[in-house]
Design a protein around this ligand. Structure first.
Ligand code: CO
Length: 139
């Protein structure tokens, strides 16, 4: 596989509303999309546009959310993952398996409505990496 464009940086927050206010008021983000729920993943998501990428604000949804543990360790929230585009997610997953990088679970439909996988941070220097299928190769 060959890593593609940085699609977004994921940031966990206890409150999308408060974080969106910071990104708008302090950092001057001009375009903040409407938040929406991904119940299967136990998260609520809100995208903030930046000129060359996006910020994904992620808030726990429900008592079983995988983000609750993250917020216990980081009560104010914080940087959670980096998401890069790849042209073929199945080919990327197969290549990563050969290289011994662990893929966390099966591909699932991510916040952009296309298949994504997550890679174990223990195999990537402590960084949680999301790969997002982008067969059209944007931009
Ligand atoms: Co993401």
């Amino acid at each position: 596989m060959s890593i593609g464009r940085l699609n977004h940086v994921g940031i966990v927050t206890p409150s999308i509303e408060r974080s969106a206010a910071l990104w708008r008021g302090v950092l001057g983000a001009m375009r903040i999309h409407d938040a929406f729920d991904l119940p299967d993943q136990g998260v609520r998501v809100c995208f903030v546009d930046t000129p060359n990428s996006q910020i994904e604000l992620i808030e726990p949804l429900g008592d079983a959310s995988p983000l609750i543990r993250f917020l216990k360790r980081n009560p104010a929230g914080g940087q959670h993952h980096l998401c890069f585009e790849v042209p073929d997610i199945a080919a990327a997953a197969a290549d990563l398996a050969v290289k011994g990088a662990r893929v966390l679970g099966a591909p699932r439909i991510g916040a952009h409505g296309v298949p994504v996988i997550f890679l174990h941070p223990g195999d990537l220097g402590g960084v949680l990496i999301e790969l997002m299928d982008d067969p059209l190769g944007h931009p």
